[in-house]
Unconditional design. Structure first.
Length: 283
């Protein structure tokens, strides 16, 4: 694995990261009240990065799987698979795909050589911080983008210094163009890594904002995020366990039982339901 990585760097290959989110960063309603308990409001906000070595191949193969499924009479009357629904026929999305489709995609992803990184925030802890800051500074108003950008800086701090170049594909979030803000967040992450470790990174760094139908890497990262979200929101671990061999790091930033910066889960320290159950009421 390390030998292959060195070979890629020596040949000048560009590393591609695909970034998406699960849940949302909204904490308050229009009246400034907490949204916890409202239908459709997630408890956690999760940001994920998928390192995809061969994006073009992944696109070809996922497109081939989709074409095969669309041609299968078994799915003829499945609403989400019909072209007019603009769901599975257009893009793989774990939340919308029926279980039979989901199993095909999970099986495919489980055979790939990906690396997945994620950061998890408990929105109750984020809300506590926002309320306390507003009490100290009456001009402060929480914005979801600040949470998103903070997690980008946290996740990318050690991922932008080894290779010849990077293209970071972000999933578009609404109509607002945030490419410049995300570029800044990545540059800050790299600068902080340099200050801490003395390792200077001069490789190229590009940010691309796309939608999942435009990019199969974003469809793949969606499935990884969905498996982690089901784990946190529903205490359902079978999807996470299936993809866990490709999980490089999960930062639970609000589990501060051991360290003030949170708890990190890796292949040597797998994430399990016991970690959540033993962290009440912190999670």
């Amino acid at each position: 694995m390390a030998k292959n990585a060195r070979a890629q760097r020596s040949s000048g290959q560009i590393r591609h990261y695909f970034v998406d989110e699960a849940g949302d960063g909204n904490l308050f309603n229009r009246k400034g009240r907490l949204r916890f308990g409202e239908e459709g409001c997630s408890r956690y906000f999760i940001l994920g990065i998928l390192d995809v070595p061969e994006p073009e191949r992944i696109t070809r193969e996922l497109d081939a799987i989709r074409a095969q499924l669309l041609a299968d009479p078994y799915f003829k009357k499945v609403p989400s698979v019909r072209p007019e629904a603009r769901k599975t026929a257009l893009v793989f999305h774990a939340k919308d795909d029926v279980p039979e489709v989901r199993r095909e995609v999970f099986t495919y992803l489980g055979r790939q050589k990906f690396r997945f990184f994620a950061a998890v925030r408990d929105k109750e802890a984020v809300a506590d911080y926002a309320i306390q800051r507003r009490e100290r500074d009456g001009t402060y108003r929480y914005q979801p983008n600040e949470l998103y950008d903070y997690m980008v800086r946290s996740l990318f701090k050690g991922l932008l210094h080894k290779d010849d170049g990077y293209i970071v594909h972000f999933s578009k979030r609404g109509a607002q163009n945030r490419t410049a803000a995300l570029q800044t967040a990545l540059e800050i992450a790299r600068e902080r890594f340099t200050r801490r470790w003395g390792i200077q990174a001069s490789s190229g760094l590009s940010v691309v904002a796309q939608t999942p139908p435009e990019n199969s890497g974003l469809q793949a990262v969606d499935y990884f995020l969905w498996s982690l979200q089901r784990f946190y929101e529903r205490r359902e671990d079978r999807y996470l366990e299936f993809l866990w061999p490709q999980f490089s790091l999960v930062q639970d930033l609000d589990d501060k039982r051991e360290h003030p910066y949170g708890c990190y889960y890796t292949q040597k320290r797998p994430l399990a339901l016991a970690a959540l159950d033993n962290n009440l009421p912190g999670i």
